[in-house]
Each structure stands twice: as structure tokens, then as C-alpha cells.
Design a protein around this ligand. Structure first.
Ligand code: RP5
Length: 164
């Protein structure tokens, strides 16, 4: 199976990526994680992106906060699908990172998930890999059904308490 590459702009983004790694682990999807910054270590971020396909990656997830150019800079150097996670910093509530990540010019797409959307970034990466992987597709279907069953159980419990 192709690996998922996870890049964060700073190790201060790690708590958000913990959810990404936990979700990938839940689905037995291999990943490799790095701290490369579009601004502080641009050469390392570029080298990783340029060589990612040859190094066995199928999807890249990039998390960054503030002036979050990492996902876009990575996407500029690869045609692998790139998923951006805008990270919330202490100011502006993550709107800065959201707009910096999502507003890509035509030609260089970044699939942006919600602010701090670490779990959904992993799920989207898994869904991309599942296009060509029947076993992974089956796992996704099973987990969706499990999730729906949990919600229906909550509906039943809430209804039992309040619907007199
Ligand atoms: C971004 O700046 C990082 O992705 C991080 O979210 C933010 C702050 O980085 P640190 O100053 O905590 O290293 O590049």
C-alpha cells in the first residue's frame, strides 16, 4: 500500500496530527511524519515533496498555522493529492491559516479540511487510497456503518428520555 506523508510546520502542531496518526493506525495505513516548514526549512520541504511519489507516498497531509503556506508550497512541487489542515494559533482563531491554506490559485489544488481537522484529513487520505484498494474500501464502509449505528443508539436513548 502507498504511504501517507504527514508534514507539520512546527512540532507545536503535533497535538492536531496525533488524531491524524491515530486514525491512520486504526485503518492500518502506513505513514511517515516530518516537521518541515515552508518558511523555516523551505529546502527540506521542497525535497520531500519533489521525491514523495518516488519514495512510495500516495497522499500528503500538511498541517500549519498562522501564514500557513506549507500545503500550497508542497502542492507546487508534486502532483500527489495534498490535504491541508489549517491549525488554530493563539491569535485570529485559525482564520489566518484557513484562508492561507484554502485560497489556492487555479492549477495547484489543496484539499483543505476544517481548522484543526486532523481526523478528517486522515479519513480523506484513506478514501483517496481506497479508490484503488478494495479491502480499505470495505473497512471504510464498515466504520461508517458503525458510526451510524452509534448515532441511532443515541437517538433512541434521547428519545426514550424526552419523547413522552
Ligand atoms: C507555523 O507557525 C506552524 O505550523 C505553527 O502552527 C505556527 C507556530 O509555530 P511555532 O512558533 O510554534 O514553532 O509555521
Amino acid at each position: 500500500m502507498k504511504k501517507v506523508g504527514i508534514i507539520m510546520g512546527s512540532d507545536s502542531d503535533l497535538p492536531i496530527l496525533e488524531k491524524t496518526m491515530a486514525t491512520l493506525t486504526e485503518y492500518d495505513v502506513p505513514f511517515e511524519v516530518h516537521v518541515y516548514s515552508a518558511h523555516r526549512t523551505p529546502e527540506e520541504a521542497r525535497d520531500f515533496s519533489v521525491n514523495a511519489r518516488d519514495n512510495g507516498f500516495g497522499v500528503l497531509i500538511c498541517a500549519a498555522g498562522m501564514a500557513a503556506h506549507l500545503a500550497g508550497a508542497v502542492a507546487a512541487n508534486t502532483t500527489l493529492p495534498v490535504i491541508g489542515i489549517p491549525c488554530k494559533s493563539s491569535v485570529l482563531d485559525g482564520m489566518d491559516a484557513l484562508l492561507s491554506t484554502v485560497m489556492m490559485p487555479s492549477g495547484i489544488p489543496v484539499a483543505t479540511v476544517a481548522i484543526n481537522g486532523g481526523a478528517n484529513a486522515a479519513l480523506l487520505a484513506i478514501q483517496i487510497l481506497a479508490v484503488g484498494d478494495g479491502a480499505l474500501y470495505e473497512k471504510l464502509q464498515a466504520k461508517r456503518a458503525e458510526g451510524a449505528a452509534k448515532v441511532l443508539e443515541k437517538d433512541r436513548a434521547v428519545g426514550e428520555k424526552y419523547n413522552k
